[in-house]
Design a protein around this ligand. Sequence first.
Ligand code: FAD
Length: 337
Amino acid sequence: MIKTDTLIIGAGPVGLFCVHQLGIIGLKCEVVDNLDKIGGQCIELYPDKPIYDIPAVPECTGEELTNNLIEQIKAFKTNFHLNERVEEIKKIEKKWITKTNKGTEFESSSIIIAAGVGSFEPRKFSTKEIDKFVGKEILYSIRDKTVFKDKTVCIFGGGDSALDWAIELSSTSKVILVHRRDDFRGMQASIDKIHQLKEEGKIEIYTKYQMDSVQGKDKVESINIKHDDKTIKEIKTDYVLGFFGLIMQLGPIAEWGLNLDKKTVPVNTESFETNKEGIFAIGDICSYPGKLKLILSGFHEGALAARGCFKYAKPDEKYRFEFTTSSKTVKERLGVK
Ligand code: FAD
């Protein structure tokens, strides 16, 4: 059981800035995110796109914003629990107990939900009876590309992720690319490269095919793919990678007894607390009259939610407002002189 003052659900830009706001007022937190990386929508959906409406930052990409937010909270040495989805929350006396799908448990006096549009989940194969291979030879994301070295890898999908990985792995693995359409949707430079690799005999491509079945007892040995004209082709392969994009699901948050309004969590705008005492919601997931789904609004919401958490973490202390420019205590917490 990991004990902390506040648990933040979601490592998007809003959750990240909230770590800062909790840190400067002396509260500890842990952060859980379902994704394999920090940054939420900024890093998952638009890392290279420029953002023009972050106050005092005329232009930065989604990735740059994320890196700067990470830099800004470095002093607090916060633990991030990635690849874990918060599944259950329950209250025992005055503490909230939170459990993830990997079994990690937290005890905190408050929870801040900064879960954006919910958890990002990969779209999956609809093929029956493949579950026993998922996470072993059938994968929807790559953590360690070295496992594919000198193996046959069958990649499904026609967007940027499928093309990028087909290009990347083609130098170390035998790559077979399968797509249900005739044309690819990725960046033109990647599409050109894929066709070049095919001409050079470095990858095989099957278009208008979809997954039909998987064969193998303890591990995948081969798969059958089915053409639009119903003909079946068998492919011997060691790994199968599916890159069909992400779906966003509110997921378990809907089961926590919170008031919901069109997949968002209504809050009061004084502290961004929900209908449950000690549970706050900030960023894209929260709603209130006039809510703007912008990063800058989320930063403000996080600042007030952090102050709202103070009374639960330190019920016997009174929160004292201080500027970062002039407070000795805040500067010490930030590790600056
Ligand atoms: P998110 O960024 O969505 O992060 C939430 C995180 O919570 C995710 O990483 C998710 O995996 C995690 N999560 C959810 N549920 C769980 C769970 N149960 N357990 C664990 N983790 C969970 N905004 C601007 O201000 N300016 C712009 O120019 C701009 N451009 C945009 C361009 C695009 C293409 C898109 C898609 C959005 C843009 N936005 C822009 C909107 C902005 O990205 C969002 O407002 C912002 O990301 C919201 O931040 P957040 O931290 O609330 O949520």
